[in-house]
Write a protein that binds this ligand. Structure first.
Ligand code: DC
Length: 224
């Protein structure tokens, strides 16, 4: 039987890094659902389609091909055959993806795709609504959190590593706005599933968080 680990949490909580570590260590397929929303946002931007043009968005979704590939231990995101791993992280996409992720047609399309990709596989899937909507029966559900201030600090550091200078106060403000938007949207808002285990990564490092989750998974697997 397939084993499903759901990791949800706000932007900058470290869920991407943690899912990556856990996926590699436990040989679980790592599915970054945020990257899938980012692919749709990128395609709409490229075609200059705005979020009110439902018919055009439907057409885009009919033909879009999103693939999450692991090559030489590296996660690669492909959009219609093209490697867009870097393009989907650009500021322009980050700003547009939040309104795009509110659209019912987009959420429904990706919900089906997420379930299809995970079908019959052992996976760690990270996002905002995995434990609550995509896989309400997941074997392990984690809700990873951290204070907005800590998440802003991490984002500034990440940007610095990429050679991008950013202002802490502006990043913090953006994080708070995005949290509010993600938590209050009508469909599948960011929320902790009732039976999710909360881990706060504000004061503990990513390695320690990953080890905690690995222990939880191993305990659960032992029981399965
Ligand atoms: O995790 P991320 O920053 O790459 O996610 C990009 C956007 O997609 C973010 O604004 C929230 C949205 N998202 C979502 O609504 N549901 C998910 N399961 C994953 C991401």
């Amino acid at each position: 039987m397939a084993f499903i680990v759901a990791i949800d949490g706000p932007a900058g909580s470290g869920k991407g890094t943690v899912a990556n570590i856990i996926g590699k260590k436990l040989k679980l397929l790592n599915i970054d659902t945020g990257a899938m929303f980012r692919c749709v946002a990128l395609e709409l931007l490229r075609r200059k389609i705005n979020i009110n043009e439902e018919e055009k968005i439907k057409d885009v979704l009919k033909n879009i091909k999103i693939e999450l590939i692991v090559d030489n231990e590296e996660n690669i995101v492909k959009l219609n055959g093209e490697d867009v791993s870097l393009d989907i992280r650009k500021e322009e996409v980050s700003n547009f993806v939040s309104p795009v992720s509110k659209l019912k047609i987009v959420r429904n399309f990706l919900l089906d795709l997420q379930r299809e990709i995970a079908n019959n596989k052992d996976v760690v899937m990270e996002g905002r609504d995995i434990g609550s909507v995509v896989f309400p029966n997941a074997d392990v559900k984690i809700y990873l959190d951290a204070s907005p201030e800590e998440r802003a600090k991490r984002r500034v550091l990440q940007n610095k590593e990429k050679g991008i200078e950013s202002d802490y106060e502006t990043v913090l403000e953006n994080i708070k706005v995005r949290d509010e938007r993600d938590a209050t949207r009508e469909i599948a808002p960011l929320k902790k599933a009732e039976d999710a285990i909360i881990i706060d990564s504000t004061y503990i490092g990513i390695e320690e968080v990953s080890n905690k989750i690995i222990d939880i998974i191993n305990n659960k697997r032992g029981c399965k």
